[in-house]
Ligand binder design. Structure first.
Ligand code: BES
Ligand code: MN
Ligand code: ZN
Length: 502
């Protein structure tokens, strides 16, 4: 997809289709008025008939209006003007309108689309973030699920070019945003594709190969994939305990992005890569168990984000770590009550084999220490409890550093990929006491997402560390079942900010 800015008068833009906004009271936006005048007020006359309500998400395609360079005009409903119309469209309404416009265009043979919708105010969405969001939303809207259906594929859309109207002053920042947004969209699509694949295709081996593929495509990346013998050599006893019931060999993936100008200690991203979570001997109930193919969403996010970082060649050092294996019941599987030794040396009594994410992550977090990182952030579909606490709208952020948690929450707001700061005080860690080992891997039902984070906290004492529980946000169930690509946008926002400030 190609993205461009147009700084000349709208009516002079040679394009297949122009999208302009209309409010639910029938009022045309300034851009729509320009077109209306050109076609001798045909737009207002058509609107007067009342066929188009201007509701959010509604679109109406008009063709062959005389006097315009564009063959088509797409009216996009904006809803009400809101309480302070001079502040422009709210960000949410703008995103909705933009997605509707792109989506409507893909249902036609339009190859080039101009977005001439009103924009949120600068302070709400800067030029750079505006450009990024346009490319990001295009990518997300054009994304088609990588299904394995055998029938004829639906005809692909024709859209190849998106143009936004801009001023000469804003053009450069918007274009910078386009580059960021395109990299983000590609990374997010990679994440979604990986997460959507079934467990029998997307195995730990498959994740390892995918990571190796990234290193071939990007000069800045170095990838190392550890197999079972190397994982044993690393004494990752907790990861080994989870994988021991599976026929699929585990992988521990290290992706390093080095930039010659970056002198700072790296950011290490860690992803949970359970390619299928049956629960193990503490077997899950059958309903929704299929969704546990998404239990590698954290890993997929790390791989997708590393791809974006490399594509933008961010002036940072970033390391991505993925611990990948299956959690299966088997004659050789780990049993409730078994005690294993983590790579760090702490012993863990595994009371519930379904609390496997924290086990593979604790060994990965320990591995992160060798990079002497500035910050470590892990992403994991860790607990059902976070879904109970926050639903599907906010990712849960836990950290041993309040400033870091606040920064991530802030990035989530800026990127429209929201997160919420959850508590993480000592009491929760104390609930993990075991009579037989340094700690147990579970602590009862109450505050389940927090005790899970507290477990990880025992392995990150000397790090600046944050944990994002994405069990509620990384994928959707139901009719629109599939990976959402979250929290790639939040994470890239965080990395872009770091790249801009150091
Ligand atoms: N992968 C699950 C968490 C999960 C649940 C993700 C629902 C997405 C939707 C994780 O491994 C798990 O099973 N957690 C247990 C922990 C419990 C045994 C303490 C849970 O949440 O039930
Ligand atoms: Mn589990
Ligand atoms: Zn799991």
């Amino acid at each position: 997809m190609q993205f461009e800015t147009w700084t000349k008068p709208l009516a002079e833009l040679p394009i297949d289709c122009v999208a302009v906004g209309v409010h639910d009271d029938g009022e045309l936006t300034p851009e729509a008025k320009i077109l209306d005048l050109r076609c001798r007020e045909k737009l207002s006359r058509l609107l007067k008939r009342g066929d188009f309500g201007g509701k959010p998400g509604e679109t109406w395609l008009l063709t062959d209006l005389e006097g315009l360079r564009s063959e088509r005009v797409l009216l996009v409903g904006l809803g009400s003007k809101g309480t302070s119309p001079k502040d422009g469209l709210g960000r949410k309404a703008w995103r909705r309108a933009t997605v509707s416009a792109i989506s409507a265009a893909t249902r036609t043979r339009v190859t080039s689309l101009a977005l001439a919708l009103p924009r949120p105010a600068q302070k709400v969405l800067s030029d750079e973030r505006f450009g990024r969001a346009v490319a990001e939303l295009s990518g997300n809207t054009l994304y088609r699920v990588n299904d394995l259906k055998s029938g004829k594929k639906p005809r692909p859309h024709a859209l190849a070019r998106v143009v936004v109207t801009a001023t000469a002053k804003s053009s450069q920042a918007i274009q910078r945003g386009f580059t960021q947004g395109s990299a983000l969209a590609a990374g997010t699509a990679l994440m979604r594709n990986l997460a959507n694949l079934p467990g029998n295709v997307c195995t730990p081996t498959y994740l390892g190969r995918t990571a190796e593929g990234l290193a071939k495509a990007h000069k800045s990346l170095k990838v190392k994939v550890l197999g079972l013998p190397e994982i044993k050599r690393e004494k990752m006893g907790c990861l080994l305990a989870v994988t021991q019931g599976s026929e699929e060999p585990p992988r521990f993936i290290v992706i390093e992005h080095r930039h010659p100008k970056a002198k700072n200690a790296p950011v290490v991203l860690v992803g949970k890569g359970i390619t299928f979570d049956t629960g193990g001997i503490s077997l899950k109930d059958p309903p929704l168990m299929d969704e546990m193919k998404f239990d590698m969403s954290g890993a997929a996010c790390v791989i997708g984000t590393m791809n974006a970082v490399a594509e933008l060649n961010l002036p940072l050092n970033v390391v991505g770590l993925v611990a990948a294996c299956e959690n299966m019941p088997d004659g050789r599987a780990v049993k409730p009550g078994d005690i294993v030794t983590s790579a760090q040396g702490l012993t863990v009594e595994i009371l519930n084999t379904d609390a496997e994410g924290r086990l593979i992550l604790c060994d990965a977090l320990n591995y992160a220490k060798r990079f002497k990182p500035d910050v470590v952030i892990d992403m994991a579909t860790l607990t059902g409890a976070i879904v109970v606490a926050l639903g599907t709208h906010h990712t849960g952020v836990f950290s041993n550093n309040d400033a870091l948690a606040r920064e991530l929450v802030d990035c989530g707001v800026a990127a429209d990929d929201r997160a919420w700061h959850m508590p993480l005080t000592e009491e929760y860690g104390e609930q993990l006491k075991s009579n037989f080992a340094d700690m147990a891997n579970v602590a009862g039902r109450d505050g389940g997402s927090i005790t899970a984070a507290a477990f990880l906290g025992k392995f990150t004492k000397d790090l600046h560390w944050a944990h994002m529980d994405i069990a509620g946000t990384a994928y959707q169930g139901g009719a629109g079942k599939g990976s959402t690509g979250r929290p790639s946008a939040l994470l890239l926002e965080y990395l872009l900010r770091r790249a801009a400030t150091r």
